[in-house]
Write a new protein. Structure first.
Lengths: 243, 297
């Protein structure tokens, strides 16, 4: 369970990143986070991995207030929360297998378990055959799948994806979303920040809409409310805001 | 990737930086080692001379045990004497014979009568010597007084000079080494910023992220110090016969330098080498830690 209770984040003390957001995300939910650039989506995700500390309010994961985590203990949180980035953040000098395996290596898993665990998730994302290739030998979609495999190999409870389809063509993007749905079906909470209206509208999952750091909509079967220029489309000026 | 492979990769990918760091460490420990050994030797020499009688009182030919006992009583009454030793005319002859046993001509010409009896006096503190000198000068039967103080003072000045020059130079080199190791590691951190960021995001402990860098710095120090201590050991072994002939009169150095197979020599060299290597590792790891503290928040 994730709770945001009146969470605000201001950069340099005055530039709003997130303003007074209160919400609850239940275990196993699939949630889209939408909003124009600069609306606070990435701030939201960075707060969840304790890459940022809220200026005010509390963020709880289960019963733990993550803003109170000591810097030296953040790693315990990061092992519960996997993250996927638009730019993949893969190590170019390591193979697909090694990129994924490092998550298990750092938690001290035995070699046998690492081999099994990595091959299992590579099978899930369809990259078992390419385990020995380096990132530069992969397509963008394959790189993103590697990134997803790395994020889930440690068995996190929560998976965050920051624009995971941003650099991909529509077909490949759908492939990534299908994988995220599969992961969600296995019980992992998935939160996806996205600009892809087609995906958001067709999936009809819970959608949180952010604008200027404020959450302006929280819809159970949401749809994309931004026009092609990235501006919010208001229907009769009404917002469905969760409080 | 295992810690060992990680460190190996770090070093292999920037061999010139690794070489610079190792060479600096080598120079630091070479110079530091030379001054350390010189200081140790000078301390041993100084200790030897300080332990020797600081004043030798020679008596007139007619004076002997009675005058010596009287002087000994007066000196002991001051409470500033740590020991005295009477050398009779016969003892003096025995010493003379031992020193000139290979020269029969010299032995034939000397009898106990022409050698003076003497009293060797050690003060509890060298600063009392002038006070004791007054007591000695005014005593009956005293012919000549020889002080070791001048020798000791001169040695002390040399020892202090070695300590100061060596200490300052070693300190400068230590600072230089820390800065160079720190700079090399800082460059490595910059080169591996993406990797560090990814490791942080996937839940690596702070130690797992820092350990390869600390170990890398430690390895530069260990390598540099090992080469320096090895070279110094070879030089000591090579110079041992000369050092022994020069410093053999000092018991502790005579035991150490007497034979390269003696346990005293082997233990001293092993302690020196292990100590230097350990210090090298610590210094290198410290340089890395400083860089990590500065560049890896």
């Amino acid at each position: 369970m994730i709770y945001f209770n009146n969470v605000s984040k201001y950069y340099s003390g005055k530039i709003p990143g997130l303003v007074d957001v209160t919400l609850e995300i239940k275990p196993g939910e699939f949630v889209f986070l939408i909003g124009p650039s600069g609306s606070g989506k990435t701030t939201f995700l960075r707060l969840l991995i304790r890459d940022l500390i809220p200026s005010s309010g509390t963020i709880m994961i289960d019963t733990v207030d993550i803003s109170k985590f000591a810097a030296s203990n953040i790693f315990t949180l990061r092992r519960k929360v996997g993250i996927v980035f638009q730019d993949f953040k893969l190590l170019l000098d390591r193979t697909v297998f090694e990129n994924v395996a490092m998550v298990l290596e750092i938690i001290g898993k035995p070699e046998r378990d690492i081999e099994d665990g990595v091959m299992n998730v590579l099978g899930l994302v369809g990259l078992a055959e390419k385990k020995n290739l380096f990132p530069m030998q992969l397509s963008a979609g394959e790189m993103q799948r590697t990134s997803i495999a790395r994020a889930i190999v440690g068995g996190p409870k929560i998976l965050l994806a920051d624009e995971p389809t941003g650099n991909l063509d529509p077909d490949t993007a759908w492939g990534i979303i299908e994988i995220l749905k599969e992961i969600n079906a296995l019980g992992t909470t998935v939160i996806v920040a996205s600009h892809n209206a087609d995906i958001v509208n067709r999936l009809k999952k819970r959608t949180l809409t952010l604008e200027h750091g404020r959450m302006v909509r929280d819809e159970a079967k949401g749809r994309y409310h931004l026009d092609k220029s990235g501006k919010m489309m208001h229907k009769g000026g009404k917002h469905n805001v969760a409080t | 990737m295992s810690l060992r492979r990680e460190v190996k990769t770090h070093i292999r990918r920037s061999p010139y930086q690794a070489l610079a760091a190792t060479l600096t460490m080598f120079l630091t420990f070479l110079v530091g080692g030379v001054f350390f050994l010189a200081t140790m030797a000078s301390v041993a020499i100084l200790g030897y001379f300080e332990g020797k009688p600081q004043v030798t009182v020679f008596f007139t030919p007619k004076a002997g045990q009675i005058e010596a006992d009287s002087l000994k009583t007066k000196l002991e009454a001051t409470g500033k004497v740590s020991g005295t030793h009477f050398v009779s005319k016969e003892d003096a002859l025995a010493i003379y014979r031992a020193q000139n046993q290979n020269d029969p001509l010299l032995l034939e010409m000397v009898t106990a009568d022409i050698l003076p009896a003497s009293l060797e006096v050690s003060a509890t503190d060298p600063q009392y010597l002038s006070e004791l000198a007054q007591v000695i000068q005014g005593s009956e039967g005293v012919d000549e007084v020889i002080y070791q103080r001048d020798v000791v003072d001169s040695l002390l000045a040399w020892t202090n000079a070695i300590r100061w020059v060596g200490g300052t130079l070693a300190l400068l080199l230590v600072i230089d080494s820390l800065l160079i190791i720190g700079t090399v590691i800082a460059m490595k951190i910059a080169l591996k910023r993406d990797e560090v960021e990814i490791l942080t995001l996937v839940g690596a402990t702070p130690w797992a992220i820092r350990a390869p860098f600390i170990l890398e710095g430690g390895l530069y120090g260990l390598t540099g110090a090992s080469i320096a201590s090895l070279i110094l050991t070879i030089v000591i072994v090579w110079l041992r016969p000369y050092l022994f002939s020069f410093l053999g009169v000092i018991p502790i150095l005579a035991v150490m330098l007497g034979s390269i197979t003696s346990s005293a020599f082997l233990i001293s060299i092993a302690t020196f080498m292990v100590g230097t290597m350990l210090l090298g590792f610590i210094l290198g790891a410290l340089g890395s830690s400083i860089a990590l503290r500065r560049y890896l928040k």
